[in-house]
Design a protein around this ligand. Sequence first.
Ligand SMILES: Nc1ncnc2c1ncn2[C@@H]1O[C@H](COP(=O)(O)OP(=O)(O)OP(=O)(O)O)[C@@H](O)[C@H]1O
Length: 484
Amino acid sequence: MASISKIKDFAQEYSDNLARILGLDVSIIDQNNIRVAGTGFHQQLVGKPVPKGSFFETILKTGQPGMIFDRRKDSQKCRYCIFNEQCTELATIGFPIVKKNKPVGVIGFIGFTPEQRKTIVEHSGDLSKYLKHISGLIVNKLLLQEMIETGDCQIRELDSTPSKRHTFDSIIGKNADFLSLIKKARKICKSPSTVIIRGENGTGKELLAQAIHYEGKENHKPFIPVNCSAIPEQLLESELFGYEGGAFTGARRQGKPGKFELANNGTIFLDEIGDLPLSLQPKLLRVLEEKCIERVGGNQIIPINVRIISATNKNLESMVKKGTFREDLYYRINVIPFRIMPLRERRDDIPLFLSHFIEKYSVLFNRNVPRIKEGLEKWLINYDWPGNIRQIQNAVEYMINMNESGILDFDDLPDYILDEANQKLNNQNSMGLAEMVSQFERKVLLERISTNKDKIDKSGIAESLNISLTTLYRKLEKHGIHLD
Ligand SMILES: Nc1ncnc2c1ncn2[C@@H]1O[C@H](COP(=O)(O)OP(=O)(O)OP(=O)(O)O)[C@@H](O)[C@H]1O
């Protein structure tokens, strides 16, 4: 397979022209993180690897475009870069070069001076459009090179869909509890132990599962997701364990491997494990304990070596008590548990998600990045986001589509959120001051308790609120909050 380094003269010539016309510096790296072309400061670095953990490396790993408008303020995106302290770049836009669904390089514009930074900020939409276009040209040139090298003259189809291999670089968050979860998750990537990820819908359970897999030792092996609640019970068994030819009416004559076989030597991600029917639970237990499966309608024992990562939003403990989830299976899947907090328990991350998704969708839709009105941002930080990150992502995508003014405002919100906002406002308008204060008090108490969920320290909560323990008990009772 031809690498961008094979077309480095073409890449350098293009970079020089772009830099001359746009007055920005240009840099291109290949799939091995080697700079293959560069202008200005980066010209002297051509042929050398880019610093470990750099922003371009992240784009290469995740296949997602990105931009930094002020490196001094937006420290998150460069936090793993070993060159971060010495770097003098002010702003960057980077775009993955994606060939057949796989990122094979990155091209980007860089601004070192305040003027260059201004150009990047003000024309981000057009610049990302250029980058997308040039990245396509580079891929075509690469395919041509490949055809010349292999003598294969058939033009193959291009697929520029960014790949979906998520690593820890794709995970956003700076909340202290969330970061400590990520730190623990990084520790267990290389181990084959079974993992369970708990959390509400849209909190990033699959994203974390992927990161654990793709940063693990077997990251070149498959990651196979299965949603246990989306497949009807009668089909789930054959989906998971496969079937032999003629096992049931409508079965393929030659049989079919199941997801466990497909995931062999890699990872199977069992989403919504709480919905796994009782009838199938012994079979899963057998995979965990004996590392083998039997296809439906077959009698051959097939050895299986997969890492199992499961996820659920259900209360498995109470399911075990009720007898709808097997206790032995519960313990087998619960070896390394993680709980991802819902967004409302880490509101400090909301501005980060807002700016991340605003940039992402502006780049994808070739639009200039809009500002967000301060009042709206505050309101969104206080919104409860029942659908968590998936919901914030969809809401921002909707807003970027709707916005025309360059400043995101309440009118740009999706209707269902706007209706809720209006309703809240109406309720508040018809509420007396005492009721508003009481509602606020209840909210604060619930927030303090939820951040102390593992072990509720009532004296600590009372102290942090500057009230006595007796007053805390009185207030909890008044609001009907029971802790035990
Ligand atoms: N910390 C994060 N940083 C960046 N993106 C995130 C983060 N968490 C979630 N997302 C994004 O939010 C969306 C939902 O995430 P994901 O599907 O992993 O959630 P989930 O908990 O598995 O959802 P469900 O329970 O509905 O299956 C995805 O697009 C994912 O990339």
